[in-house]
Design a binder for this molecule. Structure first.
Ligand code: 3PG
Length: 350
């Protein structure tokens, strides 16, 4: 599927309604990590240089940091020329309800809609799926990059290793099932691995588990697949598993060296706690040093890489998406992609 790109359209003098994802971590009104904003700047600058008037829509998840003011200040220093940033769109109930009237009102602010918020495009919200019904709609550069690089994981070079860590088994299960058909090996770490240990009747003590999910047949099928690799040892705090163990680190590092393609989502342990970061840090270093094409994503994974002080350019592609990445990997599309490609304004040229 080809996305409708902004590259070839005439935007001079047009009002561009740009959906960006500036949902960035903030502390005491200061931006802690500007990765997502940085990655959106090429689209903003392109539109500005081509003579468009840019009106940006974004959201913040965190209830304690409801204002996008720090982002507005950031943009005023980094963007040449004027852009307008609307206040946190989730302050309006119509956004999450995908209210038609609200989407129409938003659409009136622009002549063209551009989605550069791949990382929010798993949400059926007005600013993602509603506006494209009323405006000619296109994708920004970051959106295109996310789409292209994540799609590459469906036709990877082999051997292909998928490393899946983290906690939320429910959101990772569909991805796991899909990649059992594509990957050569799937290494499971983090709290996800505890579930497998538990079913294998390995003592997990008080470790985090998702017992409800284990009632399902789907999980048992995964367990029978020989592609699944579990850590051979673990590191515990009292009776709680918090990291993969030293032997597992060695084994995983060797595995990484053999690969031509690596997809990584989710830390392998509780890397924020001192003494339990080793597995995640070792994986990050091994992937950064390998010759394999590497695609990584998920907020926690990137936070871990930053903690390991590894420059992001050491990886082939670092996704800005978390939940959207998992959903795209599981289904090959997102509500925001469908909305753009099905818009009735698609053929209208400017
Ligand atoms: C994210 O951080 O994954 C996106 O900005 C989406 O945020 P949300 O989970 O609040 O929809």
């Amino acid at each position: 599927m080809r996305l409708p790109s902004i590259k070839n359209i005439n935007v001079k003098g047009k009002r561009i309604l740009l959906r960006a994802d500036f949902n960035v971590p903030m502390e005491k009104g200061k931006i802690v990590d500007d990765f997502r904003i940085q990655r959106t700047l090429p689209t903003i600058n392109f539109l500005r240089k081509k003579g468009a008037k840019v009106i940006i829509i974004s959201h913040l998840t965190d209830g304690r940091a409801k204002s996008l003011k720090p982002v507005a200040e950031y943009l005023s220093k980094r963007v040449g020329g004027e852009v307008i940033l609307l206040e946190n769109i989730r302050n309006y109930p119509g956004e999450e309800k995908n209210d038609k009237k609200f989407a129409k009102q938003l659409a009136k602010l622009g002549d063209i809609y551009v989605n550069d918020a791949f990382s929010v495009s798993h949400r059926n919200h007005a600013s993602i799926v509603g506006i494209p019904k009323y405006l000619p709609s296109y994708t920004g550069f970051l959106f295109e990059e996310e789409y292209k690089n994540l799609k590459n994981t469906f036709k990877p070079k082999h051997p292909f290793l998928f490393i899946l860590g983290g906690v939320k088994f429910g959101t990772k299960l569909p991805v796991l099932e899909k990649f059992m058909k594509i990957a050569d090996k799937i290494y499971i770490g983090g709290a996800l691995a505890n579930n497998f240990f538990w079913v294998k009747k390995i003592d997990v003590g008080e470790s985090l588990l998702d017992k409800k999910l284990f009632a399902s047949r789907r999980i048992k099928k995964i367990l029978r697949n020989p592609k699944i690799v579990l850590p051979i040892d673990v590191k515990k705090k009292n009776s709680v598993i918090l990291d993969i163990g030293p032997l597992a680190i060695k084994e995983l590092s060797l595995l990484i060296k053999e690969e031509k393609f690596i997809l990584w989502n989710g830390p392998l342990g509780n890397f924020e706690e001192k003494g339990f970061e080793k597995g995640t840090m070792a994986a990050a270093r091994a992937i950064a040093g390998s010759k394999a094409i590497s695609v990584i994503g998920g907020g926690d994974t990137i936070a871990a890489i930053k903690k390991a002080k590894i420059p992001l350019k050491k990886f082939s592609f670092v996704s800005t998406a978390g939940g959207a990445m998992l959903e795209f990997l599981a289904h090959g599309t997102l509500p925001g992609i469908e909305a753009l490609t099905q818009t009735r304004f698609r053929s209208k040229t400017f």
